[in-house]
Design a protein. Structure first.
Length: 276
């Protein structure tokens, strides 16, 4: 059987980087800004398909090596994956699109390297953290900080940042979800060879510099190509104080958003259906 992208499923496909991260130029003064530039739409659809199957470890291994993409053997989960990638008739696509964007955010984090990222959530309506990345030194010998994600696929980026993301970060800065962070941290520390769990807790949970924040959001051209993203992240330093390294801000320019997300889901579903 052949895929809709022109290569047979019994063969592997060589993939490189799925995304390129480009710095905001000129650099923002109060946050670390990045553009996410999609390099390989077919590879992204493959990754979304396998992540929808719950095969995050399989996807992570491929992303970290940029080698051959071998499809995950998970036929038992295809029905559930297709169901989650399909928007029911008469329903809005927000939950589905938000879930896929969290997967995209995770892919970018994995390709950035330097420490483990928590696997994507499999519950479309989960109220847990959108993502977490335990950053380490390049050689993996030292834990640097825990980065807490807010990932938003939205047609109203400024309103979402101001009215949703900033209040969420403010609560985290007050320690309102420290118990949940500590539980997630324990899992991530286990994936860092030689790390001392007690030292990690002291560094991350008891010092503001041990935690950083990462807002990633879909934008149109108004915010996509403008100095400091046209004020999209104004007020960040008032919510998260301290060093600029505590504040990450990413944009992914997609227009039109809902049609693009629907096409990505359709591609991923086609890949899944071809495996039956």
């Amino acid at each position: 059987m052949f895929s809709p992208f022109g290569y047979p499923w019994h063969q592997t496909r060589l993939v490189g980087r799925v995304f390129h991260r480009r710095r905001l130029d000129p650099l923002a003064t109060h946050f670390r800004g990045r553009y996410w530039v999609l390099k390989d739409l077919d590879a992204l659809a493959l990754a979304i398909a396998d992540l929808a199957l719950g095969q995050w470890a399989h996807v992570e291994a491929i992303l970290r090596t940029s080698g051959d993409w071998i499809e995950a053997d998970a036929n038992y989960a295809i029905d559930a994956a297709v169901h989650d990638l399909t928007v029911p008739a008469g329903k809005d696509p927000w939950h589905r699109d938000g879930w896929m964007f969290q997967m995209i955010s995770w892919i970018v984090a994995v390709e950035a390297g330097a420490g483990p990222a928590r696997p994507p959530q499999m519950d479309l309506a989960s109220k847990g953290f959108d993502g977490l990345h335990l950053r380490t030194s390049r050689d993996g010998s030292k834990i640097k900080r825990l980065i807490i994600f807010e990932d938003k696929a939205t047609d109203s980026p400024r309103d979402t940042v101001r009215d949703d993301v900033w209040p969420s970060f403010a609560k985290l800065e007050k320690g309102e979800r420290n118990h949940a962070l500590a539980a997630e941290l324990a899992y991530l520390v286990e994936r860092v060879e030689g790390a001392d769990p007690r030292e990690a807790v002291n560094q991350v949970m008891r010092s503001p510099e041990g935690r950083a924040y990462r807002v990633s959001i879909t934008v149109g051209r108004h915010h996509g190509n403008a100095p400091e993203f046209n004020g999209l992240f104004n007020g960040y330093e008032g919510v998260v104080s301290g060093d600029r390294r505590r504040r990450y801000a990413n944009v992914f320019e997609i227009e039109p958003l809902r049609a693009w997300m629907a096409d990505l889901a359709t591609r991923a579903i086609a890949l899944l259906e071809a495996r039956r």
